[in-house]
Design a protein around this ligand. Structure first.
Ligand SMILES: [Zn+2]
Ligand SMILES: [Zn+2]
Ligand SMILES: [Zn+2]
Length: 712
């Protein structure tokens, strides 16, 4: 029987919502429960008509209730009996209802385009259904005096709307109008004219500054690339509407839904060859990230300049996104030609999120605006001690374990620069202040040199290290409510293993809180430290070295100097991409993998290469031999997917958690899910946090809170 957990936020409490849920579940013969939590309403239903329940919940919801966001998580069957209204969660731990920022709703959009409306062309229009939330809240409860709107006294008209229960702006905390609300520093035309003439505009958006430039203008985009010192990583594109998105990329129904969702993320799409975008936008990548306007300001700007524009974070390389006028003018000088500020302060930096759509769900690559800080509801009995998890080194996020929920911060970034490290510390302090908790335990990665690990050790609080790939798997298991035993698959680029080597192609049997590494890739050596992450030639040389072949890295490999042993699947992708002539190197993280995936999509032969597994170790050597004769990225994908299903069968488990950066690869994920289904197993995928290192903090928090866990 299908079981789903629904987490709803919005105006769903005190509106007769729970009795309605109870009635609907009874009508559909579903078992389960509903509970009010401080973060919203959580419902679990089990039964044949669970999906119908989900649809009717939205369609028939009581008039006073309004659902801002509904997140569905598929769960394994649990044979629940009856349907109960559970007691409200203890409110003395303030897990405040802090919503993510919500993209402009249709009513507000109509208003700003209506010459007779008093908010005609007003860039800060919002209501209870849309507008800024997380990026304006300074403390809880979420009332106007606790937001960055505190300095704007309401005019009579706004005050009347705010007090009128029948109005869409009843208790809309960021309510504003041209008379009393925030203002732009310049006329909007300054920005649209600048775009027309190929200039670079620094625009203060929702969660920080963005750099905008006409995406069709090659010299303008090339200038942005040069000034930002960004060699090859594709730029995201902001398109005025769905029709404009379809002109630059292939868009299916799920992708359209994701683009138009309240989160309005950047969605990774297949680029159209005739997109009309400047070549410098995606530098030959077969993928393009596109988003729709997420605020009235963006809508109004694109009304005046109705073309795709590059929209990239307003930062210098390796630094966090600028949020104040002072920061922007100091750090973006020399990059932007024109600045458009406004006077609504941004409480904390929050980048645009990046996502891929998949059937029935979403795969988050970067979780920030529109998603953070929605908690991940993990159930259980709740904890008394508070755990802070500080994540890894790349794509860092941090998390606070609050009992039955884990709050994961917005994307912070790679912790390489002093500015990024300051942003990390600020994000930790911010979470602790917002939720009024001080951690008794800090969870960190096993890697002693990560900045986050070093920082954890300096706090004078009990530190519990968690192995990198254990954390990946635990994050996936937690958000899917998996019951042990299950098989955890953690495939990524790099993470320190308990044996001192670099792991990344791992299988764990998870039982009674213990992680047993039951299988992995045949190890090979990576010559030359960090350079081996960028140049595919190095992992390729590592593979050939194992086969006794000589390359220009053989002397280095023979001395063992600066060479590390690895079982990384990410590096295997890089090596095969190099050998197959698909991608010589990673000019940005994950480039070779993305190109392998795109190349595989153009093929049709799904027959696997030979991949013998001896003593639970998969030997890539025969596959390499065949691949060198006739490289087929698709068969490479199929081989790896088949390996997962074989391991599941051998381990004798029914449930398999797929985690780690390699599962950002949609084709690999789909093939693995299909192979597992054929083997009678169920695959659990990340649904609400990234499969990459951006999800680590969730897994760290969960494992550090589990007495039984040890990173052995
Ligand atoms: Zn609205
Ligand atoms: Zn007003
Ligand atoms: Zn990882």
């Amino acid at each position: 029987m299908p079981r789903i957990r629904l987490t709803l936020t919005g105006a769903v409490q005190g509106t007769g919502f729970r009795p309605f849920v109870h009635r609907l579940a009874g009508e559909l013969g579903l078992s389960g429960w509903v509970r009010n939590t401080a973060a919203g309403v959580v419902i679990e239903v089990e039964g044949a008509s669970a999906e119908e329940f989900r649809l009717r919940l939205c369609a028939e919801c009581p008039p006073a209730a309004w659902i801002a966001q509904l997140e569905a998580t598929q769960l394994p069957p649990a044979r629940l009996s009856g349907f109960k209204i559970l007691e409200s969660e203890d409110e003395d731990q303030p897990v405040a209802a802090i919503l993510p920022d919500l993209a402009t709703c249709p009513e507000c959009l109509a208003e700003i385009r209506d010459p007779d409306a008093r908010r005609f062309r007003y860039p800060f229009t919002n209501c209870t259904r849309c507008g800024p939330r997380f990026t304006i809240v300074e403390s809880i409860p979420y009332d106007r005096p606790h937001t960055t709107m505190q300095g704007f006294a309401l005019c009579g008209d706004c005050a009347a709307e705010y007090r009128d229960p029948a109005d869409r702006r009843f208790h809309a905390q960021p309510i504003a109008c041209p008379v009393c609300g925030p203002r732009l520093s310049e006329r909007l035309e300054c920005a649209s004219e600048a775009l027309k003439s190929g200039q670079i505009v620094a625009l203060k958006g929702i969660g920080g500054y963005q750099l905008l430039v006409d995406a069709r203008n090659e010299s303008a985009v090339a200038r942005l690339r040069e000034r930002k010192s960004r060699e090859a990583k594709p730029f995201a594109v902001l398109a005025p509407d769905l029709e404009a998105v379809r002109a630059v990329a292939e868009v299916n129904g799920e992708e359209a839904g994701l683009l138009e969702s309240a989160a309005a993320p950047i969605v990774l799409l297949r680029a159209r060859p005739d997109s009309g975008l400047a070549a410098s936008v995606s530098q030959g990548s077969p993928w393009v990230g596109v988003m729709l306007p997420c605020s009235p300001l963006h809508h109004l700007l694109l009304d005046q300049f109705p073309h795709p524009v590059v929209a990239t974070s307003g930062n210098r390389v390796g630094e966090p996104i600028c949020i104040t006028k002072g920061e922007a003018e100091a750090r973006l000088r020399g990059i932007a030609d024109v600045f458009l500020h406004h006077d609504r302060p941004i409480a904390r930096p929050c980048d645009d999120s990046v996502a891929r759509a998949r059937p029935g769900g979403v795969s988050l690559l970067r979780r920030a605006r529109g998603y953070a800080p929605l908690p991940v509801w993990i159930g259980g009995n709740g904890l008394n001690s508070c755990v802070l998890a500080v994540g890894g080194h790349l794509k860092n996020t941090v998390a606070l374990h609050l009992g039955r929920q884990v709050v994961l911060s917005q994307h912070i970034g790679d912790l390489d620069t002093p500015e990024a490290r300051d942003a990390f510390v600020a994000a930790v302090e911010d979470l602790e202040r917002l939720y009024r908790r001080r951690p008794e335990v800090i969870a960190c990665d096993l890697h002693p040199d990560y900045f986050s690990t070093v920082w954890a050790g300096e706090q004078g609080v009990l530190v519990r290290p968690v192995q990198h790939h254990h954390a990946h798997v635990a994050a996936c298991a937690a958000e899917n409510g998996l019951e042990e035993p299950y098989l955890g698959v953690a495939w990524d680029g790099t993470g320190l293993g308990t044996d001192g080597s670099i792991w990344g192609g791992e299988f764990f049997l998870v039982e009674r809180g213990r992680f047993t590494r039951i299988g992995h890739l045949r190890p090979f050596f990576l010559p030359g430290g960090d350079a081996a992450m960028r140049e595919g030639e190095r992992p390729a040389a590592g593979l050939l070295h194992e086969l006794g072949e000589t390359t220009r890295f053989t002397p280095l490999l023979k001395t063992g100097f600066q060479s590390v042993k690895t079982t990384s699947l990410g590096r295997l992708f890089d090596a095969f991409a190099y050998i197959g002539g698909i991608a010589p190197r990673n000019r940005y993280e994950g480039e070779a993998g993305l190109r392998m995936e795109a190349a595989a999509l153009a093929e049709s032969d799904d027959s696997p290469y030979e991949l013998p597994v001896r003593d639970w170790i998969a030997d890539w050597a025969p596959m390499l031999e065949e691949f060198r004769r006739a490289p087929s990225p698709r068969r490479f994908h199929a081989t790896l997917a088949g390996w997962i299903a074989r391991m599941a069968r051998r381990a004798g488990v029914r449930t398999v958690a797929l985690s780690g950066g390699c599962f950002q690869n949609d084709l690999l994920t789909r093939m693995a899910v299909a192979a597992l289904e054929e083997a009678g197993c169920r695959a659990a995928l990340h649904q609400r946090v990234p499969a990459n290192d951006g999800g680590l903090a969730l897994g760290q928090a969960v494992l550090a809170a589990d007495e039984r866990y040890a990173p052995e």
